[in-house]
Design a protein around this ligand. Structure first.
Ligand code: FES
Length: 181
């Protein structure tokens, strides 16, 4: 009786597990978690950033494990890599965190024409003396020197940031921060 129960459980375990996790292969109970991963690293050379505020656009491809015939879906995330100080390169997603699919622009010299006199009151790149990211839809504005802090507009949080790894002269972007969507 006991043997029959163990046998039955053994036969049912795999289909049951695959019902609970459709992307699991037959019998592979311990396969790695379905975490999104870079299709390939984005790489730059240090010479691509000859001066502060040099901005390089890139496209980051992220692979998601999904339950479809290909068992995967590739999403393309546009980004900017920017040198904000000597040896300090940051990379941000260009997807507006306001969640409407808008693409952020890089503004290095814009002036909104406002009459605010102090840097803190004005969001202009020109008055802040460094570039910012701006959403063309509702003018959400982000400070690249402060982790993408929201300076103005309705966006609820900074744009997502990429990990930037430097090995010698090679700048490698291989991961989007946790919280990806
Ligand atoms: S969609 Fe970006 S601020 Fe509205």
């Amino acid at each position: 009786m006991c043997v029959i129960m163990v046998f039955s459980f053994g036969i049912l375990a795999s289909p049951l597990a695959r019902f609970l996790k459709p992307t699991m292969k037959p019998g592979e109970f311990f396969q790695a978690a379905d975490m999104p991963a870079a299709v390939r690293n984005v790489e730059f050379n240090l010479t691509d950033f000859p001066a502060d505020w040099t901005c390089r656009p890139f496209e980051f491809q992220m692979k998601y494990v999904v339950f479809n015939p290909e068992q995967e879906q590739i999403r393309k995330i546009p980004g900017f890599a920017v040198r904000i100080a000597p040896g300090n390169i940051v990379a941000f997603s260009r997807l507006c965190p306001n969640g409407r699919g808008c693409i952020l622009n890089y503004k290095s010299e814009s002036c909104c024409g406002c009459i605010e006199s102090t840097v803190e009151q004005c969001i202009c790149a020109a008055k802040r003396n460094h570039a910012i990211l701006v959403c063309p839809s509702h003018q959400s504005t982000f400070d690249l020197t402060q982790g993408g802090r929201v300076l103005a507009g309705p966006a609820p949080r900074p744009p997502l940031q990429f990990d930037v790894i430097r090995q010698g002269d090679v700048i490698s972007i291989n991961r989007l921060e946790v919280g990806i969507s």
